[in-house]
Design a protein around this ligand. Structure first.
Ligand code: NAD
Ligand code: GLY
Length: 362
């Protein structure tokens, strides 16, 4: 069993990674008292809820089963979680467990942050994307019709269990979406990892267990290091948002759930590299290598054809990185190193934003 720690002083927590770690890691050590509230969704409940509750026979276990989809990541549905917490008289020693992908994890974490001003919280991510990104680092929250992930809180879990056995049932489109965030880590932080990804991308797409474990561990190590340095995103943590300002605009424009988060991040990352290239910071070679990697992972490399420059600018202007009305972007200085900047000419940004209309997209 592989493990690592997110170092945050007395709020540090472990991440266990591997096949069967759910059974191996003694989950109950991280449960505070008798009451447990599992939050999951309609797809995951029939597949994995019973397996989890069997590990908790000595506890008073309640559950909330949410509808499945990014479009339900809203305050209304978090309120359903609060309803169930109150109806079942959960108290301050309750442990909430998120069993699912990033949508369930973000909503459960937010509910855990708010309920009685904060209860114990465990992440059991069941998608690749959630294992390498959303379950780690304590960003929780919901979408608003005017902006993605705009309502939320930083709230760290006590434990993350990244069991790759969940991927047996994971649809291939979701596998690709998770790989998008893995590629991000190579680009922003680790040139060697990027090269490893170029050599092993076919294994990840085929869900090869050894390759997946390595990629998840390396991604979590990078994320843990970044979060330990900058938990609340005052600086380097923003690097983790490479491609996200473009990607969130795509997700919001297309209607939540129509483009998967990872798909939007892939197209957005190509856009960030395209602008970095126009600025002369990176060469065409790195842009081409990145596009090839995304294509091999069956991910889009351009935004939706119908999305106008104005629509992009409008949606990007509500991004959380906007400062004094100026759009700031995560761009790439060289392979393995990102930068957050507003130092780009508007006409160059507009050239990048119009790339969808000239490209063949999904
Ligand atoms: P998701 O939660 O919607 O899950 C994807 C789909 O796969 C869903 O239909 C889900 O029911 C299904 N599924 C999950 N696990 C499965 C399994 N093992 N077998 C079969 N089906 C399974 O999407 P996601 O990609 O996991 O997460 C995306 C969300 O995460 C977005 O809302 C995004 O904003 C958020 N996110 C948050 C952070 C963060 O730091 N908090 C980081 C990245 C992304
Ligand atoms: N997914 C970006 C972050 O956690 O900061």
């Amino acid at each position: 069993m592989n493990s690592l720690t997110v170092e945050l002083g007395d709020r540090s927590y472990p991440i266990f990674v591997g096949a069967g770690v759910l059974q191996q890691c003694d989950l109950t050590r991280y449960i505070k008292a008798k009451q447990v509230m599992i939050v999951t969704n309609e797809t995951i409940a029939p597949l994995y809820l019973e397996q989890l509750t069997k590990l908790l026979v000595d506890y008073d276990v309640q559950q909330v089963v949410l509808p499945d989809g990014e479009q339900f990541k809203t305050l209304d549905y978090v309120n359903n979680i609060f309803d169930q917490l109150l109806k079942t008289r959960q108290n301050r020693t309750t442990t909430m467990i998120a069993l699912g992908g990033g949508v369930v994890g973000d909503m459960t974490g937010f509910a855990a942050a708010c309920y009685q001003r904060g209860v114990n919280f465990i992440q059991i991510p069941t998608t690749i994307l959630a294992q390498v990104d959303s379950s780690v680092g304590g960003k929780t929250g919901v979408n608003h019709p005017l902006g993605k992930n705009m309502i939320g809180a930083f709230y760290q879990p006590q434990l993350v269990i990244a069991d790759i056995n969940y991927f047996v049932t994971l649809p291939q489109r979701q596998v690709a979406a998770g790989i998008a965030e893995i590629i991000k880590y190579g680009l922003i932080y680790d040139a060697d990892f990027f090269v490893w990804l170029e050599q092993n991308i076919h294994k990840l797409v085929a869900k090869d267990p050894e390759a997946l474990c390595y990629a998840i561990m390396r991604s979590c190590e990078i994320k843990a290091e970044v979060v330990s340095k900058d938990e609340t995103e005052q600086g380097i943590r923003a690097w983790l948002n490479l491609g996200h300002t473009f990607g969130h605009a795509i997700e919001t424009h297309q209607g939540y759930g129509n483009w998967l988060h990872g798909e939007a991040v892939a197209a957005g990352t190509v856009m960030a590299l395209d602008l970095s290239c126009r600025l002369g910071w990176i060469g065409q070679d790195l842009l081409d290598r990145t596009k090839t990697l995304f294509e091999l992972a069956e991910l889009p490399i351009a935004p939706p054809r119908e999305m106008s420059v104005d629509a992009f600018i409008d949606l990007m202007s509500v991004d959380k990185k906007v400062l004094d009305g100026k759009i700031r972007l995560v761009l790439i200085e060289k392979l393995g190193r990102a930068v957050v900047t507003d130092q780009f000419a508007l006409h160059l940004l507009k050239e990048t934003l119009s790339m969808g209309s000239s490209a063949v997209v999904k």
